[in-house]
Design a protein around this ligand. Structure first.
Ligand SMILES: *[C@@H]1O[C@H](CO)[C@@H](O)[C@H](O)[C@H]1NC(C)=O
Ligand SMILES: *[C@@H]1O[C@H](CO)[C@@H](O)[C@H](O)[C@H]1NC(C)=O
Length: 315
């Protein structure tokens, strides 16, 4: 229950604040401190017999009856009844009311308006920052007290009708060439324009970065491919060499084996000097099958025809 009451109280309070704020905003006259303002009340056919009364916050500030001014100064009133306010202060704000009455105190016209006092806006400072991430330029219109001020932007003297915030973001793509920006701040009584700014942002860097990476990637790929090719060639060459060496070694082994077996067989029958003589011995035994010339050119296949001869006796 207490909670409900508190909530209700807050709501009512909020409503009251809103109402008072709305009342405060309901000014229809605005003026700058130190200046003068003519309150534009006009009563056609105002004559000296009329009673004219001006009030400010219910305080009479001018009264004229039968052509005689008892409150205020006669020179501040126009022939139609307008009141001139001079040297305005913040305390000059509030409700102003004019009343015209005929001699039997019947009111013929009334006029009520509310005056708000304001400071003149100060000149805004326009700055910009290049944002390469979003490839845009961010403009900032800075003023000391931005509350209640209206911001406007111009690009090359043309006004952006849609932009009314203190910041503006423009893509760099739209910023081709030299473009001049200004911002303005305004309140009800004054308007000030910033200096002209011509943003110079480097062209959108992401595409350049992408170009660079793509060339790098291509270079790396080409390098990698050639490296792999080189490795393959080396492996093939190594394999071939290995094979060659292997076959050569196998042949040599076979030859050695054969020689060993030959030596073993012949060591029994022939004298030990045979070993040293034995390459010559082949040539002597061979002529029946091969010419001497071919024999000298290819010394390795020599033992082949003889393989059968030594093996048969062994078996
Ligand atoms: C009149 O009332 C307004 C608020 O409504 C206030 O700001 C102002 O100071 C008052 N002026 C005088 C002279 O009372
Ligand atoms: C005042 O005078 C006007 C016309 O001059 C008349 O219409 C009106 O009734 C009078 N009012 C009073 C209260 O006498």
């Amino acid at each position: 229950m207490a909670c409900f009451a508190a909530t209700l109280g807050v709501i009512i309070l909020a409503g009251f604040i809103n109402l008072s704020a709305a009342n405060k905003d309901a000014c229809d006259l605005y003026a700058v401190v130190g200046e003068s303002l003519m309150l534009p009340f006009v009563h056609d056919g105002l004559v000296n017999s009329h009673k004219l009364r001006w009030t400010h916050n219910s305080t009479i500030i001018f009264y004229r009856e039968k052509g005689r001014v008892s409150v205020g100064k006669s020179e501040d009133i126009s022939t139609a009844g307008s009141l001139l306010l001079k040297n305005l202060q913040f305390s000059s704000a509030g409700t102003y009311q004019a009343k015209v009455l005929i001699p039997n105190d019947t009111m013929v016209e009334t006029w009520t308006h509310r005056l708000c006092m304001m400071d003149k806006v100060s000149k805004p400072q326009l700055t910009y920052m290049c944002d390469p991430k979003s490839s845009a330029v961010n403009l900032n219109c800075h003023v000391a007290y931005p509350q209640g001020l209206v911001f406007s932007w111009t690009l090359d003297e043309k006004t952006f009708t849609s932009e009314t915030r203190p910041t503006l973001s423009i893509s760099l793509a739209k910023l081709k060439g030299e473009r001049s920006f200004t911002c303005s701040v305004a309140n009800k009584v004054s308007k000030e324009k910033s200096n002209t700014v011509r943003p110079t942002c480097k062209g959108p860097p992401p595409p350049t970065l992408f170009c660079f990476t793509s060339t790098t990637v291509v270079a790396v790929l080409a390098g990698g491919a050639s490296l792999i090719l080189l490795l393959l060639i080396i492996i093939i060459i190594l394999c071939c060499c290995h094979r060659c060496i292997k076959t050569q070694m196998r042949r040599r082994d076979k030859g050695a084996l054969r020689m060993l077996s030959l030596n073993k067989r012949e060591s029994d029958s022939i004298s030990p000097e045979y070993e040293t003589m034995h390459p010559n011995e082949y040539t002597e035994n061979r002529p029946a099958q091969l010419s001497i010339d071919s024999e000298r050119q290819q010394p390795s296949p020599v033992p082949k025809p003889r393989t059968k001869t030594p093996q048969t006796p062994n078996i």
